[in-house]
Design a protein around this ligand. Structure first.
Ligand code: ADP
Length: 200
């Protein structure tokens, strides 16, 4: 199974991706996690991405596309994967189409987590407050200013993907404001009803 989880920062993509990993035994490919690992390791990609990410802006498409192309070629991605945080721009989505086409693969579903922006800000602010209270290290982009930038980037660059995938007929929208369990169940229902890519 190959899926994309689409939604703004704080929509719950990571939480739902982990649930799907347990359920279906496929891997979660989070470009945010991969880039943070590159930053922590101080690789050339990490050095290019570090300040861009801290500001809440998007890392250039060529960097992210190269990372994903490498990652989906790994043996553990054979069984399927959930893309979390990718694609984030129309050119990234087009590059993904080409990558999959080259491998004769297809997407089974694109799942949009729909959330209310006001609540979203509160969610992320709460996550920051909770982590601070527990003494956990914050992400460099977990602050009000970067968060606004991340939302702006989502609106301007990522939201157009909703229409992009709706045109392809692979888009399914789920209410991301419901309880975690209910969102997970709604996603499972969508997947059960979605026509497998190999039958299309
Ligand atoms: P969020 O919690 O905001 O959804 P992520 O962990 O997915 O964040 O990503 C954090 C940051 O990593 C982004 O703000 C961006 O700078 C960079 N990034 C992650 N994925 C991509 C991508 N597909 N294209 C460009 N930049 C990305």
């Amino acid at each position: 199974m190959r899926l994309i989880l689409l939604g703004p920062p704080g929509a719950g993509k990571g939480t739902q991706a982990k649930h799907l990993v347990d359920k279906f035994g496929i891997v979660q490919l989070s470009t945010g996690d991969m880039l943070r690992a590159a930053v922590a390791a101080g690789t050339p990609v990490g050095q290019r991405a570090k300040d861009i990410m801290a500001r809440g802006e998007l890392v250039p498409d060529d960097i992210v596309v190269a990372i994903v192309a490498d990652r989906i070629a790994q043996p553990d991605a054979k069984k399927g994967f959930i893309l979390d945080g990718f694609p984030r721009t129309v050119p990234q989505a087009e590059a993904l189409d080409r990558m999959l086409h080259q491998r004769a693969l297809d997407l089974d579903a694109v799942i949009e987590l729909k959330v209310d922006e006001g609540i979203l800000l509160k969610r992320v602010e709460k996550r920051i407050a909770d982590m601070t209270a527990r003494g956990e290290p914050l992400r460099a982009d977990d602050n009000a200013e970067a968060l606004h930038k991340r939302l702006e980037a989502y609106r301007a660059q990522t939201a157009p993907l909703i229409a992009f995938y709706a045109r392809k007929g692979t888009l399914h929208s789920v209410d991301g404001m419901a309880e975690i369990e209910d969102v997970a169940n709604a996603i499972e229902r969508v997947l059960a009803a979605a026509e497998p890519a190999e039958n299309r």
